[in-house]
Design a binder for this molecule. Structure first.
Ligand code: UD1
Length: 417
């Protein structure tokens, strides 16, 4: 089993390109099944979660080819409506295939996604919305059996929480539904806008993505299109944390700085100097970070839950007390136990983590148990005295493309063994 070996305390310098966003790529790949003709998806990160979605598409009968960061997908030959349990379990976000397969095939059979490492991941909002659009959904023996014999029908859907996945599932399904669908309390994440941009290029009529109300006028067919995936704002935040803990100056290229509007002030409060222009960010860290005060995770445009773990790792060596409040997922502090093994002073109670900054972390064997928690351990390893051995890096590889190569090109002493 692979591990990462990190020898801490090396300064980073230079510039790097931030990979395409996993959370955009996954729903866009699912949406390709609605289209006829060729989709060319550029800037698609090479990740195990993306491979898992490609395997689902192939199983469903689509043609999928990959040339480095470009995926070419033809959905014309899609002929299956079931997704086996083994493929569904590979990626937690496979539920977004439900709306896509149902819209394309008029039926879908897929396994109920289980809980996951960051807490239960219910799908009640997805199911309620699709039922409101006329789907008949039976839940039995761990499977969802769904039918829309006369097609999905536009509906007024009010989400009780702005779920990212549910908003995406509804947008995809509604694109080919009869009539107009309105989603109120829709998620506003940049990845929602990216999905809407892609679908609109294919001929969909989606208005208001990025706002709380999204209106989708159903169309009868969609035509494949080229599309470039946006930059991954969470990877950018993680690299900012890596530079912050090592007192480094780095430049991030290919980013969209407005997508980081809630993250940048947290680093600025900690004493970092950040200048954005065009698609570039110059990030400059002080020798000693100041505390981050209170960081509350929220739906976008609030502070992203996915950036909580890497920033919390940086707060471990800041001067003073930082408080984190995790409002989106339960169980999102599992990395804190491993950070404590490295000398961090963290107390957690329910949604809250209180981090008392220490002078230094020290290397230890640690184990990642989820994707962003794994990134937190890398951040900690980069600033720790001596060597840190991180196992469980399959989690990291779900969302970060060769993070160790990116960091070693910037001067870190990190390798996969
Ligand atoms: C997506 C992201 C994930 C990010 C999360 C929140 C992808 C592939 N994943 O996950 O990285 O951490 O958004 O920004 O894009 N909920 C329900 N019922 C539902 C759906 C969700 O109760 O039917 C709850 C969840 O348990 C959670 C909250 O809503 O507490 C947010 O979930 P959601 O926004 O749906 O996250 P995902 O789409 O799963």
């Amino acid at each position: 089993m692979s591990k990462l070996l990190v020898k801490g305390r090396q300064k980073l310098s230079g510039e790097t390109y931030v990979q395409g966003a996993k959370n955009s790529a996954l729903p866009i790949l699912a949406a390709t099944i609605l289209t006829k003709g060729e989709n060319v998806i550029y800037n698609c990160p090479e990740l195990s979660d993306v491979d898992a979605s490609s395997r689902i598409l192939r199983y469903l009968g689509c043609e999928v080819e990959r040339y480095n960061h470009t995926l070419i997908i033809k959905g014309d030959s899609a002929n299956r409506s079931d997704i086996p349990d083994e493929l569904m379990r590979k990626t937690r976000s496979s539920i977004v295939f439900l709306g896509a397969v149902l819209a394309r095939m008029g039926k879908a059979k897929l396994s109920f996604p289980g809980g996951c490492e960051i807490g239960p991941r219910p799908i009640d909002l997805h199911l309620k919305a699709l039922r409101e659009m006329g789907a008949v959904i039976k839940e039995k023996h761990g499977y969802l059996d769904c039918y829309a014999p006369s097609g999905l029908i536009g509906a007024k859907i009010a989400l009780s929480f702005p779920s990212v996945g549910a908003t995406e599932d509804i947008m995809i399904a509604a694109s080919l539904a009869k009539g107009t669908t309105t989603i109120t309390n829709a998620a506003r994440e940049p990845e929602i806008c990216d999905l809407a941009d892609y679908l609109n290029k294919c001929g969909a009529k989606i208005y208001g993505a990025g706002e709380g109300v999204i209106v989708i006028d159903g169309v009868t067919s969609l035509k494949g299109s080229p599309h470039t995936i946006i930059a991954d704002r969470i990877v950018a935040a993680t690299l900012m944390a890596c530079a912050a803990v090592t007192g480094s100056d780095i430049t991030l290229n290919g980013i969209v700085s407005s997508h980081l509007a809630s993250v940048i002030p947290v680093f600025e409060d900690a004493g970092c100097n950040i200048k954005c222009s065009g698609g570039s960010m110059k990030f400059s860290a002080p020798q000693k970070l100041k505390s981050m005060k209170v960081v509350r995770t929220m739906p976008y445009p609030g502070f992203p839950t996915d950036a909580q773990a890497p920033l919390l790792a940086a707060a471990c060596i800041a001067d003073g007390t930082s408080v984190f409040v995790e409002n989106i997922f339960e169980n999102r502090y599992r990395h804190t136990g491993e950070l404590v093994r490295m000398g961090a002073n963290i107390k957690t109670e329910g949604k809250v983590a209180v981090v008392e900054g220490v002078n230094s972390l020290y290397g230890a064997p640690v184990e990642a148990t989820d994707l962003r928690g794994a990134a937190a351990l890398v951040v900690a390893g980069l600033c720790a005295e001596s060597s840190t051995e991180i196992s469980g890096i399959r989690y990291l590889e779900r969302g970060y493309e060769n993070l160790e190569l990116t960091l070693s090109a910037l001067g870190a002493d990190i390798k996969k063994v």
